[in-house]
Design a protein around this ligand. Structure first.
Ligand SMILES: C[S@@+](CC[C@H](N)C(=O)[O-])C[C@H]1O[C@@H](n2cnc3c(N)ncnc32)[C@H](O)[C@@H]1O
Length: 176
């Protein structure tokens, strides 16, 4: 859930830690990434990764080298991290950039699709300041940007509970 929408209820626990949204999303997204990318990636950015649950799953299950890039700097013990705002210009450093509910990093994660493979699961409209966009309109607006920029993309309904489970798997534009 976005930081903009604070729930009054206590979030459910995953592995003893409290999170908003479906607590299974970290494990399920890690499994999806493993099935989709397998050994073709090694170095992964978990952008806006918060405490680093996804990073931990990706390392544990798939042995990827993963770092969280999130200015909060709240990561769990043993998770590599850089406590800075993420910038798309750093994308080529990674084989895969993942933005799971990336809030204010959404634009930089989408722009990373020009340089490297991405998995993007938006949760709120941190994409356009000039328009109110619900989930589906937000996805359409991002698709428009991919198409303008020749990013190859697939819309995916990720295997965890919605509504914030729609997103994209992308590959950079083909070189001519
Ligand atoms: C809704 S939380 C999502 C955390 C985690 N991915 C999850 O699914 O639970 C959004 C995160 O975005 C981080 N964030 C905000 N601005 C950022 C930026 N410019 N670069 C990287 N992370 C950012 C926040 O610190 C916060 O941890």
């Amino acid at each position: 859930m976005c930081d903009r929408v604070k729930s009054r209820q206590r979030p459910p626990k995953a592995n003893g830690h409290r999170f908003h949204g479906d607590p299974d999303r970290f494990q399920l997204l890690a499994e999806f990434i493993g099935e989709r990318f397998g050994n073709s990636v090694e170095y992964v950015a978990d952008v806006a990764g918060g405490q680093g649950m996804l990073a931990r799953e990706l390392r544990k299950r798939l042995n990827y080298r993963v770092e969280v890039v999130d200015p909060r700097g709240w990561t769990l013990k043993g998770v590599e991290s850089r406590a800075v705002p993420y910038l798309a210009k750093d994308a080529s450093y990674y084989d895969l950039v993942v933005g799971l509910h990336p809030d204010q990093a959404l634009r930089e994660v989408v722009h990373s699709a020009l340089r490297t493979a991405t998995v993007i699961v938006p949760c709120c409209n941190f994409w356009r300041d000039d328009q109110r966009l619900g989930r589906d309109a937000l996805a359409e607006s991002i698709v428009g940007w991919f198409e303008q920029n020749h990013v190859r993309y697939e819309r995916v309904e990720f295997p965890f509970k919605g509504p914030q489970n729609l997103g994209f798997v992308t590959a950079p534009p083909e070189a001519h």
